[in-house]
Ligand binder design. Structure first.
Ligand SMILES: [Zn+2]
Length: 157
């Protein structure tokens, strides 16, 4: 019952999220054979490649390389640390709770510059196994998305 309602909202969000979803990739990070690197930073592939080229020109003996790209889990929505591009790693239950908490204090509107980006994150959240519809705060958040969906479709009571 609830799952069907969630699916309906996902179907509505997906086309709005499409411009971001088709560009989003799993985050990369930078490793080196002979040096320690700061692997806490997320990169898109293009920026990671450019950074590796730059670092190898400076320190050829360190042998930097582009790592990652297989889709890890993250405690906050990931963006490229260089260009700000949206990355698509899986959100942990902690990340989802944090987002829900954020939106309990902010509007869930998609009528803003970040509309596609937000829709993309909402789809990620709703599709996650950690999106627990039996949790009261989670369901309240979902109901707000559902109301927005119904209004957009012109079917709100
Ligand atoms: Zn980038």
């Amino acid at each position: 019952m609830k799952a069907k309602r969630v699916d309906a909202v996902i179907d509505w969000l997906r086309p709005i999220a499409e411009p971001v979803a088709k560009e989003a990739e799993f985050s990369r990070w930078i490793s080196a054979h002979n040096a320690d690197t700061d692997q806490a930073e997320d990169w898109c592939t293009a920026c990671a490649r450019a950074e590796v080229t730059r670092l190898n020109a400076l320190h050829p003996d360190h042998e930097y390389l582009v790592d990652g790209g297989w889709g890890s889990s993250t405690d906050c929505p990931p963006y490229c640390c260089k260009c700000g591009k949206t990355l698509s790693d899986h959100l942990t239950s902690y990340a989802i709770r944090d987002e829900i908490d954020h939106y309990s204090r902010h509007s869930v509107t998609l009528r803003c510059k970040q509309g596609a980006e937000r829709a993309f994150r909402f789809v990620q959240m709703l599709e996650s196994h950690d999106f627990d519809v039996n949790d009261a705060a989670t369901w309240r958040f979902f109901r707000r998305l559902e109301m927005m969906c119904k209004r957009a479709k012109g079917g709100a009571p």
